[in-house]
Design a protein around this ligand. Structure first.
Ligand SMILES: C[S@@+](CC[C@H](N)C(=O)[O-])C[C@H]1O[C@@H](n2cnc3c(N)ncnc32)[C@H](O)[C@@H]1O
Length: 235
């Protein structure tokens, strides 16, 4: 049986390598229909700083950057070729190389932290840490758009074992963070530009929203990671 930690690393390496490169190339044309989702969400919930975990080449961030100053839009991604595309296509947006289980940002820096189709690719061993990082880095909104199942179900994915899981991600988040308030749960299918995704939008309790300090950059909690020059914010 694979050690839990080894399983986390195996999946990170899978996405880092040619499997992730091919995903990026295959999906380049898949993001146009997502505009209305972001227009609606960000009209309802104003955000000054947004972070996507597992942003790939910026299929969501391109639309977010129309509502939020691009220099305040961040994405963390483990695949370098996806990040290169992001840097080319959205040079004002901050694409940071890193893994979801250990985010290089200070606590409560972002108004919104979200995943889309990323928690589904986390093994049991890293899911709690990834969720904890999402909640830690958000000041207010936590959003995930993932595949739903009442009980955990592995889905075969492109010949890889243990690489995609449907779960009740909203329930798991609330179980780990009972203070989160569910604002809405919605579903969007292929006719709306999404691949049968369930979206859970949560709000953090007011008392846990204050930022830890007031230094004007988001990297206060970089935890020893070396960030490339390109990754630093342009403050
Ligand atoms: C299915 S894609 C979704 C991309 C994007 N969020 C979207 O909505 O189109 C999953 C993305 O998450 C990245 N990813 C997977 N596991 C990750 C991890 N542990 N840390 C950081 N990025 C990860 C992959 O490289 C890939 O770009």
């Amino acid at each position: 049986m694979t050690e839990p930690q080894a399983e986390t690393v195996r999946l990170e390496q899978l996405w880092e390598g040619s499997f992730g490169d091919e995903y990026t190339e295959r999906n380049l044309g898949a993001y146009a229909a997502r505009k209305s989702f972001w227009d609606e969400l960000l009209a309802q919930h104003t955000c000054a700083r947004v972070l996507e975990i597992g942003c790939n080449c910026g299929g969501n961030l391109q639309w977010i950057a129309r509502h939020v100053r691009p220099r305040n839009v961040f994405g963390v991604e483990v695949n370098a070729s996806a990040l290169r595309r992001l840097h080319e296509d959205l040079p004002e947006v901050n694409g940071v190389h890193g893994t979801a289980k250990e985010l290089p940002f200070r606590s409560s820096w972002f108004d919104l932290v979200f995943t889309m189709g990323v928690l589904i690719h986390q093994p049991d061993s890293s899911l709690p840490a990834v969720m904890a990082e999402m909640v830690r880095c958000s000041r207010r909104w936590v959003l995930c758009g993932e595949y739903f199942a009442e009980t955990v179900a592995e889905v075969p994915y492109r010949g890889q074992e243990g690489a995609l899981f449907k779960r009740d991600y909203g329930a798991i988040l609330q179980q780990h963070f009972p203070g989160l308030r569910l604002i809405e749960r919605t579903f969007r299918g292929p006719d709306q530009g999404w691949d049968d995704m369930t979206f859970w939008l949560f709000e953090k309790p007011v008392e846990s929203r204050s930022t830890e300090d007031v230094a004007p950059n988001p990297m206060g909690q970089a935890r020893g990671r070396t960030l490339r020059d390109k990754d630093h914010p342009r403050d």
